[in-house]
Design a protein around this ligand. Structure first.
Ligand code: HAM
Length: 427
């Protein structure tokens, strides 16, 4: 009888050290940029009560939940997104938290999606959110952080774009053209470019829109400039929503991010809780899935039973981002690298351990053999582990308090004390 070996679950990844090194590079960059914008890190549980998501997050995400009953008969779901958890945290301490505040998190998320390029069933997502202000400068802060982050990863302006739309603007336009059931219309609008013009028209007709209304909506969503939109909308609310977008763009332009943002009214976003500005970040040719998506959600805490506290934020997944960086050859080498490898001709392991410890105490990364072996084998290991300098604890040319050592980057041999070796590392 043959026993089948265990298989990796579909849509998940193993992170062998080389992959984990790349992953940590992404996490480190996310964290560094978020902290440079003065966001504070938070976390929550990986599972929540199912009802935190049902009815609030939107149909699509609820249909993708990993949920189960626990041993106490409670309905539980693995978190598919962080925003409901964040809203729960905010409601619990609504009085104590000094608003506005800026928080970030890098949760592991779970969605039962059709696994495909850019979409997995388990992934990581940087979340940055600002809670407690309705000011458009919160959106500006988030978008500046996104652009800074993508630049930090090495992407150039023009290689990515933050497309901006407004649920408020869309809602007033739907009202102006007399479209019924906005709640039924949004999910269709969100799929507009995915399903093609015919299916789009049919789905809107099913939602109760006339042919004329469908045409108007299609034209509206194709608008490329604020000027063009101004010729189509006239209500006071629409004018206010447009003025807000203009202010956002002017602010970002003043800060040097003008090339990174553009108006894109085809963006609607699938999630149900957005109330204002919505945005998505794409690669230049929109050849990949969205790198990030977010928006303003001013009534989520209220929907969850708390008081009304405005919020705005985004999620940036690790999967599309890593694909894009790989395409632009912007990922660092996945190879291990250590400062020192401590070698011994006589396999004097006590001396090896003692010397390794002394170098580690100085803040260096240090490797060494774990069994007696020939020098050739030790050097192989030093190479494999990416050692910059090999230190020989018992080289015959060294005097007391000194070592022979080899700079693996240049192949040169030296003799000197530990200070000289550490100095050489910096060369
Ligand atoms: P979302 O659009 O569902 O928004 O996800 C944001 C980003 O997460 C996507 O653009 C994509 O990069 C990544 N992502 C989503 N699903 C997957 C998947 N199955 N596999 C790989 N990556 C994925 C939200 O989740 C909102 N909660 C974001 C937010 C925060 N809004 C306000 N604050």
């Amino acid at each position: 009888m043959s026993i089948s070996i265990p298989q990796l679950p579909k849509g998940t990844r193993d992170f062998y050290p080389e992959a984990e090194r790349i992953q940590n590079y992404i996490f480190d960059t996310w964290r560094r940029v978020a902290e440079s914008f003065a966001y504070e890190e938070y976390e929550g549980p990986m599972f929540e009560h199912l009802e935190l998501y049902t009815g609030k997050s939107g149909e699509e995400i609820v249909s993708q939940l990993y949920n189960f009953k626990d041993k106490g008969d409670r309905e539980i779901a693995l978190r598919p997104e962080m925003t409901p958890t964040l809203a729960r945290l905010v409601i619990q301490k609504a009085r104590e938290l000094k608003k506005p505040f800026k928080w970030f998190s890098m949760p592991r998320l779970f969605r039962y999606e059709k696994a495909q390029k850019g979409r997995l069933r388990e992934f990581f997502q940087l979340n940055m959110d600002i809670i407690g202000t309705e000011s458009i400068y919160a959106e500006a802060d988030l978008m500046a952080a996104i652009a800074t982050m993508l630049r930090k990863f090495g992407l150039k302006d023009g290689e990515f774009a933050i497309g901006v739309s407004s649920r408020k603007l869309l809602a007033t336009y739907l009202e102006e053209i007399g479209a019924p059931n906005p709640a039924l219309v949004y999910p269709v609008l969100d799929r507009r470019l995915k399903i093609g013009p015919e299916a789009f028209a049919k789905a809107l007709a099913d939602a109760g829109l006339t042919e004329d209304q469908v045409k108007k909506l299609d034209d509206f969503m194709s608008c490329k400039s604020i000027e063009e939109v101004k010729t189509k909308v006239h209500s006071e609310n629409a004018t206010a929503a447009l003025a807000e977008i203009e202010d956002l763009f002017a602010t970002l332009t003043a800060a040097g991010y003008g090339e990174c943002v553009n108006l894109d009214l085809s963006i609607v976003r699938g999630l149900a809780y957005y109330t204002g500005i919505v945005f998505e970040v794409f690669d230049k040719g929109k050849s990949m899935r969205a790198i990030a998506g977010g928006g303003r959600y001013d009534s989520l805490t209220e929907k969850l039973g708390g008081e009304r506290i405005p919020g705005v934020g985004f999620g940036m997944g690790d999967v599309v981002l890593a694909d894009l960086l790989a395409e632009h050859k912007l990922l660092p080498s996945p190879k291990q690298s250590v400062d020192f490898y401590i070698a011994s001709f006589t396999n004097d392991m006590k001396k090896v351990f003692e010397t390794a410890q002394a170098f580690r105490a100085g803040g260096n990364t240090v490797a060494h053999p774990l069994a007696a072996m020939k020098m050739g084998k030790q050097l192989d290991q030093a190479n494999y582990q990416g050692a910059k300098i090999v230190v020989y604890v018992d080289g015959s040319k060294a005097a007391a308090g000194e070592f022979e050592y080899k700079d693996m980057r240049t192949g040169e041999m030296f003799v000197g004390n530990s200070e000289a070796i550490v100095e050489r590392l910096k060369a």
